[in-house]
Design a protein around this ligand. Structure first.
Ligand code: SF4
Length: 250
């Protein structure tokens, strides 16, 4: 298990490595930078997944299925919130349905953990999960990322996904999403971009989302302001922190 400093989860689990840039939210993908760093450190799992483009590392488009990591959650005795595939996208077109099925089996066999799966490809998520043998698992939360209004259609796609809990990550938030609809989405995470090329997040965009959450009964989690020094920028919004989680009571 990899412990993580991500505020809304306890651990990461990466049965897949590698990805392809899709939309503007991917431009400064943390996983892409981290994969290059891990390859430089000699980690075989990340070999050839990125290449240099100027001073940046960019995905080559190669996807690696890590069969050996599939068993890992079974060894974690303490219940955890587990972010699945922080270094990829489980619903990337090149991840075979048979492999997703193996991931599903592990999650089913380990109900003590709560799994959080986030995709920028909710249409494929919906299409794959509507097939047999996939079943709705109460310990699996399914979410999509929305960075600005150009990808608001992903909210409609995630609403089609059969899930115990649906969520949206609005990070990096790089534009207003006013006009979006969070109906039937139980949790929203909001965060500004961090790192050397961080793009601005305007406070009014965050306020708009909080208002949307109150209207739809969606739990609101404000992760960070981000920026070049994310620690200094902190995670206070209008004088308080927002760490709401989906209400799982019947
Ligand atoms: S989908 Fe996620 S992992 Fe893939 S490039 Fe975009 S931000 Fe990175």
């Amino acid at each position: 298990m990899a412990e993580t400093s991500i505020e809304w989860t306890d651990a990461t689990w990466n049965p897949v490595a590698g990805c392809t840039v899709l939309t503007a939210g991917c431009t400064n993908c943390y996983a892409m930078r981290m994969a290059a760093r891990l390859e430089a450190m000699g980690t075989a799992k990340y070999r050839d997944l990125t290449r240099k483009s100027g001073r940046r590392a960019v995905w080559t488009g190669k996807i690696r299925l890590d069969y050996a990591s599939l068993e890992a959650p079974k060894a974690w005795s303490k219940p955890r919130k587990v972010f699945v595939n922080s270094m990829s996208d489980l619903f990337h077109d090149d991840v075979p349905v048979e492999f997703i099925d193996l991931v599903w089996n592990v999650m089913k066999e380990t109900p003590r953990h709560t799994y959080q799966i986030l995709t920028k490809r909710p249409e494929r998520m919906s299409q794959v999960l509507s097939q047999r043998p996939f079943e709705i698992l109460s310990n699996v939360w399914l979410g999509t990322s929305v960075e600005d209004s150009r990808v608001l259609y992903r909210l409609d796609a995630i609403r089609e996904v059969p899930a115990a809990v649906r969520f949206v990550s609005l990070e990096p938030l790089i534009g207003s999403v006013a006009g979006g609809d969070l109906t039937d989405i139980q949790w929203a995470i909001v965060g500004g971009e961090s790192g050397p090329r961080a793009r601005e997040m305007k406070p009014e965009w965050v306020d708009e989302i909080e208002t949307m959450c109150r209207a739809s009964g969606t739990a609101f989690f404000f992760k960070q302001w981000g920026g070049k020094n994310k620690k200094a920028a902190g995670r206070m919004l209008n004088g308080k922190t927002y760490d709401e989680m989906p209400d799982l009571r019947p």
